[in-house]
Design a protein around this ligand. Structure first.
Ligand code: NAD
Length: 357
């Protein structure tokens, strides 16, 4: 198992270092695991004048999976667009054809008070949003600005999905549901949009291959409401790029802190880039304050989805649950009476819990 480690900027190196300690424990136990680190984002620009230096892309292409921290920071805000850290992220997604974005929203019972919803509505929440990442209105042509017949300036974009694109992402949703609660909710706007009518037909046709998964459909406006009304009704949600963009951010707030949520972006063969959903948190960078758990949980996802070791993923997730149960809290998840630990100490706790088995 060859892993590319791309720490990135801001808190990236600090949180990724803790995930690497988890990998070290597994390697000490005899797992054949190798990894190599390359700069990405602002760090790539500093090292090689490019947010995705050729050596970084080559490493990512040659690896079985990629573990990333986060990119960006005020230092790079004035750079021309093609040199900005975020461009590195967009380019690596495109170069590796990472079309499926998986975002679990999981609320550990110990953190129920950190959610903006009532504890009883979210305690034990465990949903997975599967978002298509390379199509839809964000990429459809034509797009642009023009003058209409009345001489008024107007903007326009094109929503677009082909049947193979829908089936490809729906398959990821069905497969994920199979590994979880066997329920898939496809979200669209088929009461209004032709693209969504086609989406719904394509998902429904594919369902015949997955008789063991219960498929339902929901309009996106209702899904947005149901996510805050009764989020525990969902198991896996599959949706297009724009609806998924909005719903996955909504769902992440149900789970309390941004410092707890991992993500995966997968290609058709299951190779993936794994990263916490948060950014580089420049306000706390270098201060040993960042929560490393989202990154450690991203490493767990890497074992589940790219490295075919769900047993190791379960074990890492159990270790995280264990340290939360012990009362270990970084600042972002601490209540008023909790003792706050730093990034490194949280890593220590996870490593110790992992060693206990
Ligand atoms: P952010 O996610 O970096 O930070 C938002 C808030 O959450 C901050 O107060 C931060 O301290 C806190 N936070 C984030 N991660 C945390 C963690 N692990 N532990 C504790 N607290 C944490 O978002 P932002 O401030 O809007 O953006 C900062 C930079 O990150 C920008 O340059 C932005 O472009 C970039 N960014 C990168 C990614 C990515 O790499 N995928 C995603 C989002 C933002």
């Amino acid at each position: 198992m060859r892993i590319a480690i791309l720490p990135g900027d801001g808190v990236g190196p600090e949180i990724v270092a803790q995930a690497v300690r988890v990998l070290e424990v597994l390697r000490e136990e005899g797992l054949t695991l190798t990894w190599q680190t390359e700069p990405m984002g602002g760090a790539g620009y500093d090292a090689a004048g490019d947010p995705l230096p050729p050596a970084t892309l080559a490493l990512a292409q040659a690896s079985d999976a990629i573990l990333m921290g986060a990119v960006g920071g005020p230092k790079y805000d004035a750079l021309p667009r093609d040199k900005r850290p975020e461009q590195g992220l967009l380019r690596i997604r495109k170069a590796l054809s990472l079309f499926a974005n998986l975002r679990p929203a999981l609320l550990y019972p110990e953190l129920a008070a950190a959610s903006s919803l009532k504890p009883e509505a979210v305690s034990g929440l465990d949903i997975l949003i599967v978002r298509e990442l390379t199509g839809d209105i964000y990429f459809g042509q034509p797009r642009g600005r023009r003058r209409n017949a009345q001489g008024d300036e107007e903007g326009f974009d094109t929503m677009h999905y082909s049947v193979p694109e829908v089936q490809r992402i729906a398959r990821v949703g069905f497969e994920a549901a199979r590994k979880r609660g066997r329920r898939l909710c496809s979200v669209d706007k088929a009461n209004v949009l032709d693209t969504s009518i086609l989406w719904r037909e394509a998902v429904t046709a594919l369902a015949k291959e997955y008789p063991d998964v219960e498929l339902s459909h929901m309009y996106v406006d209702n899904a947005a409401m149901q996510l805050v009304r009764n989020p525990k009704q969902f198991d896996v949600i599959v949706t297009g790029n724009m609806f998924g963009d909005i719903l996955s951010d909504e769902a992440s707030m149900l789970a309390g802190s941004i410092g707890m949520l991992p993500s995966a972006s997968l290609d058709a063969a299951g190779k993936g880039l794994y990263e916490p959903i948060h950014g580089s948190a420049p306000d706390i960078a270098g201060q040993d304050k960042a929560n490393p758990l989202a990154t450690i949980l991203s490493a767990a996802m890497m074992f589940r989805y790219s490295l075919a070791r769900a047993d190791i993923a379960d074990r890492i997730e159990r270790a995280v649950r264990g340290v939360l149960a012990q009362g270990q809290r970084t600042g972002d998840i601490a209540g008023p009476r909790d003792k706050v630990v730093g990034t490194r100490a949280m890593g220590d706790a996870v490593v110790a819990a992992l060693r206990q088995r």
